[in-house]
Design a protein around this ligand. Structure first.
Ligand code: GLU
Length: 418
């Protein structure tokens, strides 16, 4: 399963290469991670026992700039998954036009099974283990699934203690008081929302008549839902790890968040209880996968009724499903584009840290919107011209940018010329 994810990721590279100017040697280079570190983290538990956890950090490519990408805490983290996520970050940063390469890290752990003190010890141990290879000019981590601003604060503090210098730019997604950026918390959902507005503009959709289902009601899903609701869209279904809820009349998003916070799941709201598989097949206009990988597959893609899929999760659609969805005319705004708002505001945070000058939230929103609108339309135009899925177009666009960086140091053709 874990190696499959990476193999799936490479299939997208091969498809994109057919539509890119990249030299074959660049494509070959991008089939391999530049650096992969595995660490073992032994920490003292609250009962006095010693427990060892496995962690990873992958720097997939750093030709366009320092590696960039989050750290995931999850029991299913594996070397293959981290490698695939780092590969996706490489293409995500390129498609968003950020001066970064791609990286990713993770620890095999269920963070909910640890006390807060154990979580702090583990997070600091992880930073101690990866400190030799990270830094503002080398590799800049950030939050991902089940990591948050507090964990980023511990890691920034640990790195600063090791180096003897306060270094906020070593990590993004920090608390505001410790050098975080305003607008980083809702950036992933907001970036996807700005892109949906562009799609709606291009297609002539009427917000009041457009229904949305959101699989995964965490940070990205909730913020997307709030912004969409405020623009008149109807959120008719949402789900979390316990299941989903459907109401064709639409939900009040704040009330739904309140139910999840107080009662542990959206399934406690008023509506029809459905499963995480059923939510993908609802008769809605827009489907937003905002949870984990491999949700839309060859087995269920033919049952998707939505006109558009906006991937806020990383890797929710398999390559098999891509082909089916394209053939059925479903527009998929791919993860590396749709969820690039998060890393874009991480970039703004890093810039603010390096400059020591902090932006008002309006400036963050405006700069984010400009980038999301521009890159979305570039990819959408390219996809329409070539009659290819937006995913292939996004990868080809990213690959062109990566190739420009790789190839400006010479290619086989250049070196062998007389
Ligand atoms: N983990 C997020 C992602 O997958 C954010 C990465 C970052 O901000 O560096 O895009």
């Amino acid at each position: 399963m874990s190696t499959d994810i990476f193999a799936e990721a490479l299939k997208r590279l091969d498809l994109a290469a057919e539509h890119s100017k990249a030299a074959p040697e660049t494509v070959e280079r991008l089939r391999h991670a530049r650096r992969f570190l595995e660490v073992s983290l032994s920490i003292r538990m609250d009962d006095g026992s010693l427990r060892t956890f496995t962690g990873y950090r992958c720097q997939y490519d750093d030709t366009r700039g320092p590696a960039k990408g989050g750290i995931r805490y999850h029991p299913d983290v594996s070397a293959g998954e981290v490698r695939a996520l780092a590969f996706w970050m490489t293409f995500k940063c390129a498609v968003a036009g950020l001066p970064y390469g791609g990286g990713k890290g993770g620890i095999i752990v269920d963070p909910r099974s640890l006390s807060r003190l154990e979580l702090e010890r583990l997070s600091r141990a992880y930073m101690r283990a990866i400190a030799p290879i990270v830094g503002p000019e080398q590799d800049v981590p950030a939050p991902d699934v089940y990591t948050n601003a507090t964990i980023m604060a511990w890691m920034m503090d640990e790195y600063s203690l090791i180096t003897g210098r306060r270094t906020p730019a070593v990590i993004t997604g920090k608390p505001i008081a410790l050098g975080g950026s305003l607008g980083r918390d809702d950036a992933t959902g907001r970036g996807g929302f700005y892109q949906m507005l562009e799609l709606a503009r291009r297609r002539g959709w009427d917000a009041g008549k457009t229904t949305i289902a959101i699989q995964g009601f965490g940070n990205a899903g909730q913020h997307f839902a709030k912004l969409a609701e405020a623009s008149g869209y109807r959120i008719v279904a949402a789900s979390d790890s316990k299941g989903g809820i459907y109401n064709p009349e639409g939900f009040t998003v704040d009330a739904l968040i309140d139910v999840k916070d107080r009662q542990g799941s959206v399934t406690k709201a008023v509506g029809k209880v459905i499963s995480n598989a059923e939510i993908l097949e609802l008769d809605v206009d827009v489907l937003v996968p905002a949870a984990l990988e491999n949700q839309l597959t060859g087995a269920n893609a033919a049952n998707v009724k939505a006109k558009a899929v906006i991937e806020l999760a990383n890797g929710p659609t398999t390559a098999d499903a891509d082909a089916v969805l394209h053939q059925r005319g479903v527009t998929v705004v791919p993860d590396i584009l749709a969820n690039s708002g998060g890393v874009t505001v991480s970039y703004f945070e890093w810039c603010q840290n390096l400059a020591g000058w902090y932006w008002p939230v309006e400036l963050v929103h405006e700069r984010l919107r400009e980038r999301m609108v521009a890159e979305f339309n570039t990819v959408a135009d390219f996809a329409e011209q070539r009659k290819i899925p937006m995913r292939t177009a996004a990868y080809a666009h990213a690959l062109d940018r990566l190739a420009e960086a790789h190839e400006s140091m010479g290619t086989k053709e250049w070196f062998s010329a007389r």
